[in-house]
Design a protein around this ligand. Structure first.
Ligand SMILES: C[S@@+](CC[C@H](N)C(=O)[O-])C[C@H]1O[C@@H](n2cnc3c(N)ncnc32)[C@H](O)[C@@H]1O
Length: 286
């Protein structure tokens, strides 16, 4: 396992774990946070949810010394339904640790990273049909401009989108490096940022319908919580953070516990570069 669980101590603190409680790690991945939760309280029950089938297999193996957890394949946008099949009571705490894990990024065949040569894929759930290949090679001009503008926060993507359309008429894009190199040759970015970064982010958000899933998942999670139950969410970019902040603030049945988002300590960022953009927000059901 290469993924390091972000702000582990803060997650435990804000979940306010109680012996006898029922918890959900709704983005369990390979099990970093789940392990911390299970180690902290011996007499709880944890549902570990992820939409990545590989993660589901790995977490069973990684947590095999524990017996008080159940692994469920599924998306948190359907949290009520997938938990409802297993348990009908209310929940004491829910964790969302959004985005991808390093295990997924480091696996070149998943196509998340332009540092690795791989297929244009980017699906968390590999049973889903839509991949980044289809978006790059088949989506129309208007839609490409929209996603790069809104999900990549690229101010004027029109020119580069026209170049993508022109190039794919001659030859389709097949791999992550091929697409990233094409962007590098045709789009200028601020020093220190790889020109393909924002394009890959926009594609990942689109492939996995991340923002709509988050909005739905937050609603479902809130309904599942019992009075006094805790919701803890870690985001990695401003589009996600804005959704969580607004949802917690506007929900009449939630009390915000973090006026400002909790950020990782300098030491954690030094140890784990991936944590640098993490923001944790927590709320309590009232
Ligand atoms: C940052 S990783 C979680 C890492 C984990 N907390 C740990 O400490 O090992 C995010 C995980 O969320 C999963 N994921 C992303 N969107 C999801 C969704 N809508 N429903 C369920 N899982 C999702 C990804 O497959 C990935 O495994």
């Amino acid at each position: 396992m290469v993924h390091y669980p972000v702000m582990k101590e803060k997650v435990i603190e804000y979940l306010n774990l109680k012996e006898g409680g029922i918890y959900i790690d709704a983005t369990c991945g390979w099990g970093g946070h789940s392990r911390a939760i299970l180690e902290k309280c011996k007499d709880i029950f944890l549902f570990c949810v992820d939409k990545d089938k590989e993660a589901i297999e790995m977490i069973k193996e990684n947590l095999k010394e524990f017996s008080n957890f159940k692994v469920i394949y599924g998306g948190f946008e359907n949290l009520k339904q997938i938990i409802g099949k297993e348990y009908i009571g209310k929940i004491d705490g829910i964790l969302f640790d959004l985005g991808f894990s390093l295990n997924q990024v480091k696996d070149s065949k998943r196509g998340f990273s332009f540092q690795e040569e791989g297929p244009l894929d980017m699906r968390y759930d590999t049973t889903q049909k839509l991949t980044s290949w289809e978006i790059i090679n088949q989506w129309g001009r208007k839609n490409l401009i929209w996603i790069f503008k809104n999900y990549g926060e690229i101010k004027r993507p029109e020119k580069i989108v026209d170049k993508i359309l022109e190039r794919r008429k001659r030859k389709k894009f097949e791999t992550t490096r091929e697409f990233a190199d094409f962007i590098s040759r045709n789009y200028r970015e601020k020093p220190g940022i790889h020109p393909a970064t924002k394009f890959f982010m926009a594609l990942r958000i689109t492939v996995n319908d991340e923002l709509a899933s988050l909005e739905k998942g937050l609603k479902e999670g809130e309904e599942l919580l019992k009075k006094g139950g805790r919701f803890v969410v870690i985001t990695f970019h401003s589009l996600e953070d804005r959704i969580v902040k607004r949802f917690f603030k506007n929900s009449p049945s939630l009390k915000v516990l973090t006026k400002k988002p909790v950020l990782p300590e300098k030491e954690e960022v030094e140890l784990n570069k991936q944590s640098r953009s993490a923001k944790l927000r927590a709320a309590e059901k009232i």
